[in-house]
Ligand binder design. Structure first.
Ligand code: TIH
Ligand code: FE2
Length: 295
């Protein structure tokens, strides 16, 4: 269904030029024709988008806004307990609306003055090199649709709640956003597919699902934990391993389930030293050597 490192659902163009988003049979919206039509309509907004121009407005329904309001409220409560201090500070800085889905254009305008990051709407699958590469320039590819209303606490693929509550809040931090940019620089530096996948896995186990010791306890800074009020209640009980580049770059994961292996940084400085320095300096050769050492 959702293959490793495939970031967004695949999209096909029909003969009449309209857009069809593929959903796996395990997706909560798979059997709901109304949801699928919404997905297709919202994906169509991103087709042909030119970076730097205003992001098309998605006209969300009341039900969709209610999903945002519910998740936003639940996460707001849980973040105080489970999110890092740096993430909480960034959240205050960004000031997202709690009662309605913000437009991506609005998110972009809140974010740009803080860290220079801008949102780019994505209709479907974005190739790894493109998705990561443009992070260096401060562009973040984002879905615009919202998760199915039947499962607000968790969804098996990124949606606007994940992209905005998870990532935009993190991108409002100078220090986290610098790490995203370094991941982008690394993705552009390497030529091989293996090296690129290795970099994307480091990203997965850090900016997507990273945890760290913070205020004396285990807290999350990864966007995928911070956007799910189901998963956020579980991460402390998972298999927590020490931050290790070779291990992260070679550990398998399944995007559609709660992550059962997580990697812990001892502090934000530790994350910057280990992962920031890796992204700042890695190349095809150094990554090939790391992979060979693990095998
Ligand atoms: N599982 C996340 C959520 O429910 O918010 C969404 C995803 C993030 C990364 C992969 S899937
Ligand atoms: Fe993400």
């Amino acid at each position: 269904m959702f293959e490793e490192a495939q970031y967004f659902a695949p999209v096909a163009t029909r003969d009449d030029g309209s857009i069809e988003v593929e959903l796996g049979a395990g997706h909560p919206g798979f059997a709901d024709p109304v949801y699928r039509a919404r997905r297709n309509a919202i994906a169509a907004l991103a087709v042909g988008y030119v970076p730097g121009t205003p992001i098309p407005t998605a006209e969300y329904t009341d039900q969709e806004h209610e999903v945002w309001a519910l998740v936003s409220r639940e996460l707001g409560l849980k973040h105080h307990k489970y999110a890092t201090a740096e993430y909480l500070r960034a959240t205050e800085r960004l000031g997202l609306p709690a009662e309605r889905i913000p437009q991506l254009q609005e998110v972009s305008e809140l974010l740009e003055p803080l860290t220079g990051f801008r949102y780019v709407p994505a209709a479907g699958l974005v190739p790894l090199r493109e998705f990561y590469g443009v992070l260096e320039d401060g562009f973040f590819h984002s879905t615009q649709y919202i998760r199915h209303h039947s499962t607000p606490l968790y969804t098996p693929e990124p949606d606007v709640i994940h992209e905005v509550i998870g990532h935009a809040n993190a991108l409002a931090s100078d220090r986290y956003s610098r790490l995203y940019r370094l991941a982008g620089a690394a993705a552009r530096r390497v030529e091989g597919k293996e090296a690129l996948e290795f970099i994307s896995k480091i990203f997965w186990f850090t900016m997507e699902f990273g945890v760290m010791t913070d205020q004396g306890e285990l807290r999350a800074y990864g966007a995928g934990i911070l956007s799910s009020y189901g998963e956020i209640e579980e991460f402390r009980g998972m298999d927590i391993r020490p931050l290790d580049i070779a291990a992260m770059g070679t550990t398998h994961y399944d995007i559609t389930k709660y992550q059962d292996v997580l990697f812990r940084a001892e502090s934000l400085e530790h994350l910057e030293d280990v992962v920031g320095d890796f992204w700042a300096t890695c190349d095809d050769e150094s990554i090939t050597r790391l992979i060979a050492d693990v095998r």
